[in-house]
Design a protein around this ligand. Structure first.
Ligand code: A3P
Length: 271
């Protein structure tokens, strides 16, 4: 009989917000050697949680066997300055996964999410361009959501603390269109047998996403199904004039190239 216990994560999905973190976590959970934490624990980025200590963090973990690797994801880990060192203090050998996506698409997705929560608070809708650009047409570099798309900026902190080989980067744009090869790469990175199968997914053309064939409700467990999939994933992005998109693309281009050089991987985001 395998011994069930709560174990600290050996893998963290550290971000990036709106990169596809939920889909990646749920898809990895199809692997029998993976035990996922269904909620975002925010242990390393929220001071109050961090102060509760590692025993509290462990108590938030699911039961797992010693053949399983526990995975937690909290997308704000990536951008919170204190997190890399706190993670290192838990386990210097922990494995890290970051999922990134074309930074302009990510920004549109983030904006759609922020506007949805503003609407829920009865705050007025804003136009994307009024938030992302200044009145003189330049990029509003003070905007928080825009900041999150500056991937290279945050990466240096992580690479200051962890060796590059401990970090795997998933292409979030590819995960949407063809998840299987991206999942195989994660299995390889984790040293797991290739047990996630291509036939475990089907493409839902209406939603534009892949779903788990066997048990839809299991892939997006009940509360997520409504909260995330129908709600916060696949939201309509704002309609934005082409000129605005091209100003943003020009702005991000040098940052993207820096990111590609740092990770040694080119994601071919449009310029
Ligand atoms: P959109 O809602 O803008 O389409 P996160 O989970 O980090 O918040 O990321 C959300 C994004 O995950 C979604 O952004 C969506 O594009 C992406 N995604 C990738 N594969 C998905 C899938 N199979 N189901 C739902 N969303 C998926």
């Amino acid at each position: 009989m395998p011994i069930l216990d709560r174990r600290l994560p050996r893998l963290l999905i550290i971000g990036v917000r709106k990169g596809g973190t939920r889909a990646l976590l749920e898809m990895l959970n199809l692997h029998p050697n993976i035990a996922m934490v269904p909620v975002e624990v925010h242990f390393f980025d929220k001071f109050d949680n961090y102060q509760r200590g590692l025993d509290w963090y462990r108590s938030q973990m699911p039961l797992s066997t010693d053949a399983q690797l526990t995975v937690e994801k909290s997308p704000s880990y990536y951008v919170t300055p204190e997190v890399p060192e706190r993670v290192y203090a838990m386990n210097p050998h922990v494995q890290l996964v970051l999922i990134v996506r074309d930074p302009v698409t990510r920004l549109l997705s983030d904006f759609a999410q922020i506007e949805a929560s503003r609407a829920a608070q009865n705050l007025p809708n804003r136009r994307f361009q009024d938030v992302a650009l200044l009145p003189n047409g330049e990029v509003n570099t003070q905007n928080r959501a825009l900041h999150v798309s500056l991937y290279a900026k945050f990466l240096s902190r992580w690479l200051h603390v962890f060796p590059r080989r401990q970090l795997h980067i998933v292409d979030g744009d590819r995960l949407i269109h063809d998840p299987y090869p991206e999942l195989q790469k994660v299995e390889r990175f984790l040293g797991l047998d290739h047990l996630i199968r291509r036939d475990q997914f089907y493409f839902n053309a209406t939603k534009g996403f892949y779903f788990d064939v066997d048990d839809h409700a299991n892939y997006y467990p009940h509360h997520y199904h409504h909260k995330c999939l129908a709600g916060s994933k696949g939201r309509r992005h704002p309609q934005v004039p082409d000129e605005v998109i091209s100003v943003l693309r020009q702005f991000f281009a040098p940052h993207n190239r820096k990111f590609f050089a740092m990770v040694g991987q080119d994601f071919h985001w449009p310029e």
